[in-house]
Design a protein around this ligand. Structure first.
Ligand code: PEP
Length: 250
């Protein structure tokens, strides 16, 4: 089985001005200098360039939080994959539940966004996850499978290993209600099985857990065999807390 390098991403959402982003990066870099993990910072569009420049010469990668599926056109207010790639951004979060719930992001649009990101040289971090209602109704696997099958429909099986998947149960995001290590492992292993059925070299795909990950619970979540990292919201806003999670990943 291939070794999967742990992957820890900071999703800042609509937080941090450019000046605050710069301050964060300067505080974080010395704290994570020894890490062997992939560390990714996902600022707002406006702070991307600042973070790209400040991390130059380090292993830290930079990701956007969204993008449009078209390369250019009459889409007021949108940003495309080639625009991000030109800034030396390396990755992009796609399908975050906040975008699905508040901005009408559909699985059909994601089926176009994922290949568009790869075509521009960006690593997609595709978020999937069930609502509380779906979990209570025993529909978690059905929801995850539907999202994965639709969102990844535009990829050849050989391309699937280039995508990072984030399992983010909606009930755990920003609520302080973290999934148990068993729930996270079960869902991430299920996601790997779905990818395997699509013919992907599923053992190479990094699958992250996201949902109220904090320094005290990170090691437990990350110790599971199919949990390869974390997508971190609230706890990524503080460089000391975020460095604590990176440290837990190794
Ligand atoms: C997220 O928004 O991707 C997330 C996981 O947020 P939080 O860590 O705050 O739950």
């Amino acid at each position: 089985m291939p070794e999967r390098t742990p992957y820890i991403a900071a999703n800042w959402k609509m937080n941090k001005t450019v000046a605050e982003a710069a301050e964060f990066v300067d505080a974080l870099l010395p704290r994570i200098a020894a890490t062997q993990s992939d560390v990714v910072i996902c600022p707002s569009f406006l702070a991307l360039s600042e973070v790209v420049e400040r991390r130059r010469g380090t292993a830290v990668k930079v990701a956007a939080q969204n993008m449009h599926e078209e390369a250019s056109g009459a889409f007021t207010g949108e940003v495309s994959a080639p625009m991000l790639a030109e800034l030396d951004v390396e990755a992009v979060i796609l399908g975050h539940s906040e975008r699905r719930q508040s901005f009408g992001e559909t699985d059909e649009a994601l089926a176009r966004k994922v290949p568009a990101a790869l075509a521009a040289g960006l690593e997609p971090i595709l978020c999937v996850g069930e609502s509380e209602e779906a979990r209570d109704g025993g529909e978690t696997e059905e929801v995850l499978e539907r999202q994965l099958q639709t969102d990844l429909a535009g990829l050849e099986s050989g391309q699937l290993a280039e995508v990072v998947i984030a399992y983010e149960p909606i009930w755990a995001i920003g609520t302080g209600r973290t999934a148990t290590a068993e729930q996270a492992q079960h869902a991430c292993a299920f996601i790997r099985d779905v990818l395997r059925m699509r013919g992907a070299s599923a053992d190479a795909v990094r699958i992250l857990y996201g949902g109220s990950m904090k320094p005290p619970n990170a090691a437990d979540l990350l110790s599971n065999p199919d949990v390869d990292g974390g997508l971190v919201g609230g706890a990524s806003l503080d460089p000391v807390e975020f460095a604590g999670i990176v440290e837990a990943a190794g």
